[in-house]
Design a protein around this ligand. Structure first.
Ligand code: HEM
Ligand code: CU
Length: 657
C-alpha cells in the first residue's frame, strides 16, 4: 500500500529539482499564511461578500489587476532563469528540457495570464466610468469571465508542481505537442488551462461590445466616445472573431491527443501546418487585441497632459478599426518559410506592411497632440513619451521581418525575439503601466508616489534597451530562438551578458514598483478632487474611488471630452451646478455562482488532464447544476435608496442639493 502511494506521489508531483522543492515549500507556506491571516482577523465573511461574490466591475477589475501582477512576477522569474542560463556560454544552470519548459510557461503566462488580465482589469475599472454607465451590460457574466480566467490560470500554473510543465513552446506546435512526442500531462495542462480561461476572454469580449454599444450615457454618440473606449471596442471585436478559432484549434489538438485523431499528424491524412495556420489566425489578432487598448491609453494620457484635444480623433477611430480588420489578414507572416510559394508570401508581406500605415497615423496624432501643448511630465505622460520611440523601433523591425525573402534569414532568430519583446513590452506592458499610473487615483483614491515612479520608469527603460538591443545583433549573428546553450567559439558571450544584465535591471524595476505601491499606501494623501490630473473624460467627474453605483445622477453628454467642456463652462459662469433630483438606483446583486461554477470547471480540467473521469464527470455535472440554479434565480437585483446615495456622496465630500 505504502509503496503504491509513494509511486503515485513520485509521478504525480514534480520531483528531482531543488528549485521545485523550494517552490513547493513557498507555495505551502504562503497558503498557510493566507489562511491563518484570514482566520485570525475573521475576514472570511468579508472576503466572500465583498470580493469573491462581487459583480461590481470595479472590484472585478482590481482582482484582474492583482492576479496579473502575480503572473508578471512568475513570468518574470521564468525570464530571469532563462537569462541566467544564457548569460555565459556552456552554462550548466538549466538543462535543455528544463529550458524548454521555462520558455513555454513564460510565453503562455506573459501573454494569456499577464497581459490579457491586466488589459481586462483596465477595461473593467475604466470603461463603464468613461461611458457614464452603472456597470457593464452583463455583470454576472463579467464575474464568471473573471473566475474562469482565474481557474484556467491556476490550472496552468499548477503544472509547475504537479504532473510537469508543458514544453512545446507557447503556441504548442505539433508534432511536439502530439501524444507521440509529448505523453506527459504538461501539454494537457496547457490545453485545459487555456481553454477554460479562453472562454472567459470570449465572454468578456462580448460583454464589452454590448456595454459600449448599448449602455453609454445619454448624449454620448459613438463619435463623442473617449478614445480608450474606442480602443476597447476594436479590441473586443477582434476578440469575438479570434478566440473561437483558438478554442476550436485546441479542441482539435485535444481530439488528436485523447481520441486518437489525426488532424495534425502526418499520418492518417493530417498536417501539422494546419495547426500552425489556425493558431496564428488567432495568434496574430491576439497581439493587436492587447496592443489596441494600449493605443487608447496613450491617446487619453497625451490629451490630458498636453492640455489639448486629441489631434485627429476621427482618423484615430478609423485607424483602430482598420487595424482590427487587417490583423486578421496577416497571419502567415509567422511562417513565410512554410513553402507556400511567392504569391502567397507576397500577399501576406503586403498586408503586414499595410498595418504600419494606420499605426503610423496614430503615432503622428500623438505627436501633433503634443505639438504646442502645455505638456507636463507626470509619470503617466513620462511612460507615454518614453514608449513612442521604443514602439517605433519595434514597429520598424516588424516591417523588416515582413519582407518575406529576408525573413528566411531572420526567422526564429534572436532578431525576432528582440522584435516581439520590443512591441509587446514597450507597447503593451509599458502602455498598461502608463494606464495604471494614470487611473490609479481613480481606482484607489490616492496617487502613486511620483519620485519612486520615475525610478521605476528609468530602470524599466534602461533595462529594456540593455536587454533587447543586443539581441537584434545576436540574431543577425546567427543565434537562434529557444537555444538553451552555446559555445565560446560563437562570439556571442559579451552581448548575452549585457542582455542578462538588462533583464536583472528590469527585475529590479519591478521591485521598485512594488515598493512604490507599498510606500504610497503607507503615506497616501487622499485624492479629494476626484480629478487629480485635471483630465477630460467622464470617469474624472465622480469621486475617487468611484461609489459602488458610479454615478449618483446620469450625466448628460453634449460633446467630446465632455467633462473638460463642462469644467470650462462652469469656470466661465455659463453653467451653474444644477439642482438634481435623485432617484433610486437599480443594481445587480452579488452571486456565488461564478466562483463555484469556475471551481467545477477546474475539476473538469484537472480530471481530464489526468484521465480521471471520476473527477471530470461530477465536475461537469456541477457546471450544469450551476447553470440550472442560476436560471431559476429571480432574486438578482435591488434598488439603492435615495437616502443611501445621499449618505455615500456626502462621505465622498459631495453635497447633493
Ligand atoms: C520583462 C522582461 C522579459 C524578459 C527578460 C524576457 C525574456 C525572454 C526569453 C529569454 C525568452 C526565450 C527566448 C528563447 O529562448 O527563444 C522569451 C520568450 C518569450 N517571451 Fe519573454 N521576456 C520578458 C517579457 C515578456 C513579456 C512581457 C511577454 C508578453 C507579454 C513575453 C512573451 C514571450 C513569448 C511569447 C516568448 C516565446 C516563448 C516561446 O518561444 O515559446 N516576454 N522571453
Ligand atoms: Cu503576426
Amino acid at each position: 500500500m505504502w509503496e503504491s502511494v509513494k509511486e503515485f506521489a513520485s509521478e504525480f508531483f514534480v520531483t528531482g529539482d531543488p528549485l521545485i522543492y523550494g517552490a513547493d515549500v513557498s507555495i505551502v507556506l504562503s497558503m498557510i499564511a493566507i489562511v491563518s491571516v484570514l482566520t485570525y482577523f475573521k475576514k472570511w465573511g468579508w472576503l466572500w461578500r465583498e470580493w469573491l461574490t462581487t459583480v461590481d466591475h470595479k472590484k472585478i477589475g482590481i482582482m484582474y489587476i492583482l492576479a496579473s501582477v502575480l503572473m508578471l512576477f512568475r513570468g518574470g522569474v521564468d525570464a530571469l532563469l532563462m537569462r541566467a542560463q544564457l548569460a555565459m556560454p556552456e552554462m550548466q544552470f538549466l538543462s535543455g528540457d528544463h529550458y524548454n519548459q521555462i520558455f513555454t510557461t513564460h510565453g503562455v503566462i506573459m501573454i494569456l495570464f499577464m497581459a490579457m488580465p491586466l488589459m481586462f482589469g483596465l477595461f473593467n475599472v475604466i470603461v463603464p466610468l468613461q461611458l457614464g454607465a452603472r456597470d457593464v451590460a452583463f455583470p454576472f457574466l463579467n464575474a464568471l469571465s473573471f473566475w474562469l480566467f482565474f481557474s484556467g490560470a491556476m490550472l496552468f500554473n499548477l503544472s509547475f508542481v504537479i504532473g510537469g510543465s508543458p514544453d512545446a513552446g507557447w503556441l504548442a506546435y505539433p508534432p511536439y505537442s502530439e501524444l507521440a512526442f509529448n505523453p506527459g500531462p504538461g501539454q494537457d495542462f496547457y490545453i485545459w488551462g487555456i481553454q477554460i480561461s479562453g472562454i472567459g476572454s470570449l465572454m468578456t469580449g462580448i460583454n464589452f461590445i454590448v456595454t459600449i454599444l448599448k449602455v453609454r450615457a445619454p448624449g454620448m454618440t459613438l463619435m463623442k466616445m473617449p478614445m480608450f473606449s474606442w480602443s476597447v471596442l476594436s479590441s473586443c471585436i477582434a476578440i469575438v472573431f479570434a478566440f473561437p478559432i483558438l478554442t476550436v484549434t485546441l479542441a482539435l489538438l485535444f481530439i488528436d491527443r485523447y481520441l486518437g485523431g489525426h488532424f495534425f499528424t502526418l499520418d492518417g491524412g493530417g498536417n501539422p501546418m494546419m495547426y500552425i495556420n489556425l493558431i496564428w489566425m488567432w495568434g496574430h489578432p491576439e497581439v493587436y487585441i492587447i496592443v489596441l487598448p494600449a493605443f487608447g491609453i496613450f491617446s487619453e494620457i497625451v490629451a490630458t497632459f498636453s492640455r489639448k484635444k486629441l489631434f485627429g480623433y476621427k482618423s484615430m477611430v478609423f485607424a483602430m478599426i482598420i487595424i482590427s480588420v487587417l490583423s486578421f489578414l496577416v497571419w502567415a507572416h509567422h511562417f513565410f518559410t512554410m513553402g507556400s510559394g511567392a504569391d502567397v508570401n507576397a500577399f501576406f508581406a503586403v498586408t503586414t506592411m499595410l498595418i504600419a500605415i494606420p499605426t503610423g497615423v496614430k503615432v503622428f496624432n500623438w505627436l501633433f497632440t503634443m505639438f504646442r501643448g502645455k505638456i507636463t511630465f507626470e509619470t503617466p505622460m513620462l511612460w507615454t513619451v518614453g514608449i513612442i520611440p521604443n514602439f517605433v523601433i519595434g514597429g520598424m523591425t516588424g516591417v523588416l521581418l515582413s519582407v518575406a525573402p529576408a525573413d528566411f534569414q531572420y526567422h526564429n532568430s534572436y532578431f525576432l525575439v528582440a522584435h516581439f519583446h520590443q512591441v509587446i513590452i514597450a507597447g503593451v506592458v509599458f502602455g498598461f503601466f502608463a494606464g495604471l499610473y494614470y487611473w490609479w487615483p481613480k481606482i484607489f483614491g490616492f496617487k502613486l508616489n511620483e519620485r519612486i515612479g520615475r525610478w521605476a520608469f528609468w530602470l524599466w527603460n534602461i533595462g529594456f534597451y540593455l536587454c533587447f538591443m543586443p539581441q537584434y545583433a545576436l540574431g543577425l549573428m546567427g543565434m537562434t530562438r529557444r537555444l538553451y546553450t552555446y559555445g565560446w567559439d560563437k562570439g556571442w558571450f559579451e552581448m548575452n551578458l549585457v542582455s542578462t544584465i538588462g533583464a536583472v535591471i528590469m527585475g529590479a524595476a519591478f521591485l521598485v514598483q512594488i515598493w512604490d505601491i507599498a510606500h504610497s499606501i503607507k503615506h497616501m494623501k487622499r485624492d479629494t478632487t476626484g480629478d487629480p490630473w485635471n483630465a477630460r473624460t467622464l470617469e474624472w467627474s465622480i469621486p475617487s474611488p468611484a461609489p459602488f453605483y458610479n454615478f449618483a445622477v446620469m450625466p448628460q453628454v453634449t460633446s467630446q471630452d465632455d467633462w473638460h467642456e463642462r469644467k470650462l463652462r462652469i469656470e466661465q459662469g455659463l453653467e451653474k451646478p444644477a439642482k438634481v433630483e435623485l432617484e433610486p438606483i437599480h443594481m445587480p446583486k452579488n452571486s456565488g455562482i461564478p466562483i463555484v461554477m469556475s471551481m467545477f470547471w477546474f475539476f473538469v480540467g484537472f480530471g481530464l488532464i489526468f484521465d480521471w473521469l471520476w473527477m471530470a464527470v461530477p465536475g461537469f455535472i456541477g457546471v450544469i447544476g450551476c447553470m440550472v440554479v442560476h436560471s431559476f434565480n429571480y432574486d438578482t437585483d435591488y434598488y439603492v435608496t435615495v437616502e443611501e446615495i445621499k449618505r455615500t456622496e456626502a462621505e465622498a465630500g459631495r453635497v447633493i442639493t
